[in-house]
Every structure is written in C-alpha cells, then in structure tokens.
Design a protein around this ligand. Structure first.
Ligand SMILES: Cc1ncc(COP(=O)(O)O)c(C=O)c1O
Length: 400
C-alpha cells in the first residue's frame, strides 16, 4: 500500500516557486541576481491598513471568527462589488478565505466530480490546473496566440465546451500575460456562455485594479447580468493593496455555492486570520490613493520593459493592458547556441541560461501552458528593471 495519496501523482510543484528558489540559491552564493520572477508588488502595505491591524490586536480581535468572515468584512466586500463592479451581492453571498488561492481551491472542491472539465485559456496561472486535478477534474487547455494578444476568442471557447464542462476559468488581467479583456471582447465570450447554460464562470479578478491608460475594467457578471446565477466572482486584497502576506481573498456568488464553500472551510481552516480580516476592512473601506499611485508606477515600468525587451534581438514583446507581467516570445532564439556551448532548445533552456549567465530570473512559458515564451514580472524598481533588461539584451545578442 502506497503511503502517499494517488492524487499527488496528478500534480507538480509550482514552477514559479522553483525559479525563485534557484535565484535565492545563486544569491546565497554571492551572485548578483535580479529577480523578475516574483508575483507580488514590491511596495509595502499602506500604513493605514497596518494601523487597522494593530488596532484590531489591541482591541482583542484575536479569536476565531465566523467561518465565512467577519460581518464587517463581508459587508465591505459586498459594498466593493456594488461600488466598483455594479454587482449586487448580499453579505451572506460573500465568503472570505486565506488568500484568493484558497477561495479557488474551495470552489473547485465544492463543485468538481471526477471527469468534470474546466476550460482554461493558455497561458494560465500555474495553480488552476493543479487545483482542478487534485479535485479529480480535467483541465481543458485552449491555447491563445500572441497575434491575438493572448486572448481567447469566442470561437475557441465555443469549441472547447462539451457536455462535461463545469467551469470556464477566466482571468483578466492575466497572470502571466497581463492581457485584459475589453468590454466588447468579454461580451463575445459571455455570449458563447449564454448558449451553454450548464457552464459556470469562475472569474479571477485579482489584478482588477492594475489596468493602464484608458482601459476600463469589466468582470463577466457585469457585462452579462444573465450570468449572475452561475458566476463566482473572485478577488482579493493581495495585489491591489500590496497585502500578499496577509492572506485574504474573497468571492461572491449564488448562495448554495457560497454555503458549500463555507462548509468546506469550516472543516479546513475555520476561516481566515482575524487580524488580517480587519486589515482588509480598512483596505476596502479606507482611502484608495495607494491604488492610483501603484498603478502609475506599474504603468511606467510596463512601458520601460516592453520597449527594452522589443529592442532585444529575437524577442517579441506585446504590450499588455494590465497586471505586472509581460510575456515575450523567444521563438526566434530557439535552436541558437549560447557562449557556454549550451543549445537553447526550449524556453526553459532560455530562462535557465539567462539566469546562469546574466543573473536575471524569469519564468519559462511552458510552465504556464504556452511557449516558447517567458514571463517577466516588473514589480521591482525602475533602476533594477533597466539593468535587468540590458542584461537580457546582452544575453539575446550573445546567442548565435
Ligand atoms: C491570477 C492569480 N490568481 C490568484 C492568485 C492568488 O492570490 P492570493 O495571494 O490572494 O492567494 C494569484 C497570485 O499570484 C494570481 O496571480
């Protein structure tokens, strides 16, 4: 009898964690490494949010909370959905979890039966397929193209749906491509979903606030209100308020689904950290200046990185609408040889050789389901980004 569960054989460790770990090791050996592989803002959590947490501790908010979250936070979330997305959710339709990640996991756990399919546009955030596989479901990948700026078309979605499809997993702006769907692009997808009433939408809106220029953000149930009864709208404070370590994510949706997720959470964590929940109340209800400021900084960085990467020989880097990632193609460099003699046979080779020779850590596209590309996270200072992009340019020029 095997000791470890069979389910483990269906999943693999996070590639982003593996690269970050290797960069850490190189740094420990004294190498000058610039990490463009992390998925979190480099800014500190705003002071008003930290103060709210300290005040919560001082008040003794240190005990178990209701499983689905403190009433104040569920109300703040319902208000946020109304204010920012025009969506009407009652506080009891809201659940708070330990990060957006746990919310997603519990949603799959609560709904997936063996053989159920989940349609996922590629490139995708690495955790979706693994969570689905752990829950016994089947991820169905649909590859987008660089020509369409990594966005799924209505025809592609329609073709991917089968009688076994339970969820359409949607993520805009996307990790890893930064692509965000306009209202019209999203409407084309929701029109397809209207033809398939058995399919639910799980929308991961984690990067909602990081959209640039005159781009206007929309979430599926807002664009197609008729989808409200089969949409789980997920979001969180991690990226918008630089609160990745506080571990607060949330979702709103039809009551029976929220109740099912609540039941799972009750046997699993008993709910999210009390102090972090009070911090999240302040994040959502307090001043929102931080969002405007960080957005401005990220937009500048995006422009810098896109421009410099497009000047690297052999790279093609589309300019995405949001998040803090770009997803350049290194297709023209596959088959070339590095000065070390190493032949670059894949995007993984490209990323590893770049890290080994120039000390720039990125993540290979094949781990996000679409290559040959690599993901660059620009959540770091302009000075570091300039230096890193110069090194990438030098590396690309060195491949013969
Ligand atoms: C697309 C996407 N969804 C969800 C998450 C998870 O967020 P959290 O840190 O709140 O668990 C991340 C984090 O990297 C993400 O990139």
């Amino acid at each position: 009898m095997a000791f470890l569960a069979d389910a483990l054989s269906r999943i693999k460790p996070s590639a982003t964690i593996a690269v970050t770990q290797m960069a850490r090791e190189l740094k420990a050996q004294g190498k000058d490494v610039i990490s463009l592989s992390v998925g979190e803002p480099d800014f500190d959590t705003p002071q008003n949010i930290k103060d709210a947490a300290v005040a919560a501790i001082a008040r003794g908010e240190t005990k178990y909370t209701p499983v689905a979250g403190i009433p104040e936070l569920r109300k703040a979330i319902a208000d946020k959905f109304k204010r920012e997305n025009g969506l009407d959710y009652k506080p009891e339709q809201v659940i708070v979890g330990t990060g957006g990640k746990q919310i997603l996991f519990n949603a799959f756990m609560a709904t997936i039966n063996p053989g159920d399919e989940v349609v996922i546009p590629a490139p995708f955030w690495v955790s979706y397929p693994e969570m689905i596989a752990l829950c016994g479901g089947t991820p169905v990948f649909v590859e987008t193209t660089i020509e369409n700026n990594f966005k799924l078309t209505a025809e592609q979605l329609d073709k991917a749906i089968t009688p076994k499809t339970k969820w359409f997993m949607f993520n805009s702006p996307s990790n890893p491509s930064g692509a965000a769907y306009s209202k019209e692009e999203l409407k084309a997808l929701t029109d397809v979903l209207m033809k398939h009433p058995h399919v639910w939408v799980l929308t991961d809106d984690m990067y909602e606030h990081l959209v640039f220029g005159d781009f206007v953000y929309y979430t599926p149930a807002q664009v197609e209100p008729a989808l409200y009864d089969r949409t789980l709208t997920m979001n969180g404070v991690s990226k918008a308020y630089a609160m990745t370590g506080w571990r607060i994510g949330y979702a709103a949706g039809p009551l029976p689904l929220i109740k099912a997720m609540d039941m799972i959470q009750g046997q699993q964590t008993s709910g999210a950290c009390s102090v972090a929940q009070w911090a999240a109340v302040e994040a959502l209800n307090g001043p929102q200046d931080f969002i405007t400021e960080s957005k401005k900084a990220f937009e500048e960085r995006r422009d810098l990185v896109v421009s410099m990467l497009n000047q690297a020989s052999g790279l093609v880097c589309p300019k995405p609408e949001g998040a803090f990632y770009v997803y350049p193609s290194c297709a023209a460099l596959i088959g070339k040889t590095a000065p070390s003699g190493k032949v670059i046979a894949s995007d993984e080779d490209f990323v590893m050789e770049l890290l080994a020779t120039e000390g720039v850590a990125t993540v290979h596209g094949s781990s996000f389901g679409l290559g040959p590309n690599f993901r660059v996270s620009y959540a770091t200072s302009n000075a570091k980004l300039e230096e890193a992009c110069s090194r990438i340019q030098r590396f690309c020029a060195s491949l013969k």
